[in-house]
Design a protein around this ligand. Structure first.
Ligand code: URA
Length: 169
């Protein structure tokens, strides 16, 4: 994908973050700027972060892939595997207290669970000992027109992540 991308999008945020959000892959805006989650989905993610009581400077945001897939297609397993060691190293360096997987690709890679996203929600998984909370990708919310039911589910997930931070679960 290095052939078609403009910029690599490695990640951004606080190197001492306690919360590390993991998305799928950069989109067009991210490819232009080299920064993660700066398009429409990014604006929604920023709102979610604020609702949790944080700013983007407090947390860290990365992706499974560091290059934009052509036409934003879903990266295949080989592509995901090829990029994953970079994210593993980011996680090892930052040592967050909780990882939040945004959408299926991040969830599968961090939990090893290949079931439905709905089935992975609502419990705390582990990646190398670090708690992982799974939620819907902001792009999915946008595609569906941000229905209230879905926003409530995401909010439940964020509350679970906040409880993990407070060592309540
Ligand atoms: N979607 C993602 O999964 N990651 C980004 O950085 C932007 C949109």
């Amino acid at each position: 994908m290095w052939k078609t991308r403009k910029n690599t999008v490695l990640g951004e945020g606080n190197p001492f973050a306690r919360i590390f959000f993991v998305g799928e892959a950069p989109g067009a805006k991210e490819d232009e700027t080299g920064k993660p989650f700066v398009g429409r989905a990014g604006r929604l993610l920023t709102r979610i972060i604020k609702a949790m009581g944080f700013s983007r400077e407090d947390i860290y945001i990365g992706n499974i892939l560091k290059c934009r897939p052509p036409q934003n297609r879903t990266p295949n397993e080989e592509e995901q595997k090829a990029c994953f060691p970079y994210l593993e190293e980011q996680i090892r360096t930052i040592k967050p207290s909780v990882l939040i997987a945004l959408g299926k690709v991040a969830a599968v890679n961090l939990t090893g669970n290949k079931g439905s996203l709905g089935g992975m929600r609502g419990k705390v998984h582990r990646f190398k000992g670090i708690p992982v909370v799974v939620t819907y990708h902001p792009s999915y919310l946008l595609q569906r027109g941000e229905p209230r039911e879905l926003k409530l589910l995401v909010w439940e997930d964020m509350k679970l992540a906040l409880r993990v931070l407070k060592n309540e679960v």
